[in-house]
Design a protein around this ligand. Structure first.
Ligand SMILES: C[S@@+](CC[C@H](N)C(=O)[O-])C[C@H]1O[C@@H](n2cnc3c(N)ncnc32)[C@H](O)[C@@H]1O
Length: 201
């Protein structure tokens, strides 16, 4: 049976057909159920702990986490996604929030006014441009915050293994100052939820 995963990463290769995926599937990654509750909650705690006032949420998908952030913190993130189909759907679901189509590989500069950049389960899809994005952050977002919510896999990762396979390797890869980290899983889960906060330096 066709799976939304086939439009994203298949057999260890990045496919990245996000518009086609959002056209064919109503709720990829079960976004409406907001899985990964440990890491999403930790992301919100990072926002509160560091007094963050404005956020660029990268890879917002259908907008459910933006809505959760707004409910918990009162902040309306600028929430962007590369898929115009996802953004159309997000605007219908959450008309009171702020959604835009943007590719963070090319459009980050437009958002340099924010306090904090949030990567919302997007790292695997930006790997080919990760070093470039890090440089753009370093040059244009000095002293601001980067929060990364990212799931890792318990031994089943096929794509991106040459970059990192767990939270410690990811932190080692990132050139910014680590300010906080959270890692959580249930023994029955096949994934490990993580949320980190860095100072961009
Ligand atoms: C795993 S989904 C995460 C959705 C949502 N943040 C969540 O956690 O439920 C990854 C999202 O990143 C978006 N995306 C992938 N590459 C992107 C890019 N270069 N710029 C902006 N968004 C991107 C995809 O369209 C997709 O909606």
């Amino acid at each position: 049976m066709e799976s939304y995963h086939d439009y994203v990463i298949k057999d260890g290769k990045l496919i990245a057909k996000f518009d086609e995926m959002y056209t064919r599937f109503d709720d990829p990654w079960m976004q409406s159920q907001q899985p990964n509750r440990y890491s999403r909650s930790a992301g919100i705690i990072h926002i509160e702990n560091f007094g963050i006032r404005s956020i660029l949420e990268c890879g917002c998908g259908l907008g459910y986490y933006a809505n959760w952030i707004r409910e918990e913190t009162g902040i309306t993130p600028v929430s962007v996604d590369i898929s115009s189909v996802a953004i159309e759907k997000a605007k219908i679901l959450f008309p009171h929030l702020n959604f835009e189509v943007a590719n963070i590989n090319t459009d980050l500069l437009k958002y340099r006014h924010v306090d904090c950049v949030l990567w919302a389960e997007i790292v695997w899809y930006i790997l080919p441009d990760l070093n470039h994005i890090i440089e753009v952050l370093r040059e244009n977002f000095q002293n601001k915050y980067l929060i990364v919510n990212q799931v890792f896999y318990k031994g089943t990762q096929k794509y991106g293994v040459e970059y990192f396979t767990n939270l410690d390797e990811f932190i080692k890869y990132m050139p910014f100052e680590l300010l906080g980290k959270c890692e959580a899983t249930r023994t029955s889960d096949s994934t490990i939820e993580t949320s980190t906060i860095f100072r961009i330096s």
